[in-house]
Design a protein around this ligand. Structure first.
Ligand code: MRU
Length: 347
């Protein structure tokens, strides 16, 4: 099933509450765009492509929330909704990408306010449908890189839950599995929100793909022991020079892979490339509340001293020189990324 859907009867957006998985499976419903922004911020829904789709459906809610009777009034309400949704999380560019795509269409639209409302909803549905189609396409390119018997380290959650459906890096793994390749996944647990141990492990169980959860610091040791053939992770924002912002820990994983001559691929749709940002250092990196790090118990007791403080950067930036290739819906793109991406974009 899809991570996010539109209920045509109630005019509400429905999302799987990812904070509760894998113990509880619950669907939350939203009828206001402000609620969708809060769902993105609190990570009811997360993962760059899923955040983009959520923002698009948030705009559809805003169109129906607005009582504007004129085109100018409705366009102004949608602009305000877009500005609000845009602040929900800073790093995944898919959020701004989806909102910009919606607002461009809103500005160009020629017709009545009610026709514009219907058009905004249609565009949100298109963005969601395209995401699934793009994921399957890039997964087919990526699966060709996977060999029978590969052991793959995967970081965070990049599966159906991180997208509308199917997934990016985990989608590659799923596609290779469906093609009959025998693969095994080392699942980084991905502190502090544990998207790997909770969400990726849950998805892999459903697909029948063998896996072991590993602590985030383990992968270098496994590589040194010759137990890893590939590293796959997603992306939240890719700079024009090929630097990749992704879940915190991706940089250290890519470093270890580089040192062990193991290919590390970043898998993402082209909508994750921020062509306006020349280098990775310019990517805004979200820092979340320290409670996410400190609220950890062992044998029922808090781990850290009572007065402990923490820094909680949600993402890091992997320099392009550590990345073997990008897997996108345009194909696998190899370094130099800036040059080869331009060629691929023409496809
Ligand atoms: O903080 P999250 O869970 O939204 O972070 C998600 C990631 O970093 C994913 O790897 C990335 O969004 C790619 S998802 C296809």
């Amino acid at each position: 099933m899809r991570t996010i859907t539109w209920n045509d009867e109630t005019h509400q957006v429905e999302m799987i509450d990812q904070r509760l998985l894998p113990r509880d499976f619950k669907i939350l419903t939203y009828d206001q765009y402000q609620g969708v922004a809060e769902a993105i911020r609190t990570m009811v829904i997360r993962g760059a492509p899923a955040i983009g789709a959520a923002a698009a459906f948030g705009m559809a809610l805003a169109a129906y929330q607005s009582g504007a009777k004129t085109m100018a009034g409705l366009q102004a309400d949608l602009k305000a909704a877009g500005d609000h949704l845009n602040t929900a999380r800073p790093t995944a560019v898919n959020l701004a990408w989806a909102i910009r795509r919606m607002l461009d269409a809103v500005q160009r639209f020629d017709g009545t306010p009610d026709a514009l409302r219907a058009q905004v909803l249609k565009l949100a549905m298109d963005i969601a449908d395209e995401d699934v189609e793009i994921n399957k396409r890039l997964a087919t390119y990526g699966a060709a890189l996977i060999e029978d018997g590969d052991h793959i380290v995967h970081h965070c959650n990049t599966g159906a839950l991180a997208t509308v459906d199917w997934g990016t890096a985990l989608g590659v793994i799923r596609m290779a599995h469906e093609q009959g390749k025998r693969i095994h996944v080392f699942v980084d647990e991905t502190r502090p929100r544990l998207q790997g141990a909770r969400l990726t492990a849950w998805e892999l169980e459903q697909y029948g793909i063998p896996y072991d959860i590993i602590t985030d610091g383990s992968s270098g040791y496994l590589m040194r022991k010759g137990l890893v053939q590939k590293v796959l992770f997603g992306a939240d924002r890719v700079a024009a020079n090929g630097d990749v912002a992704n879940k915190i820990g991706s940089y250290m994983l890519a470093l270890a892979a580089y040192d062990n001559a193991i290919p590390a691929y970043s898998v993402f749709p082209v909508s994750t490339v921020d062509f306006e940002l020349p280098r990775g250092e310019l990517i805004p990196i979200e820092e979340r509340e320290d409670a996410e790090v400190l609220d950890l118990t062992l044998m029922g007791k808090p781990v850290a001293p009572v007065k402990a403080t923490a820094r909680n950067f949600a993402f890091d930036v992997t320099p392009n020189r550590l990345i073997s290739g990008w897997v996108t819906e345009k194909g696998v793109i190899y370094p130099p990324f800036d040059v080869n991406m331009q060629a691929a974009m023409g496809k």
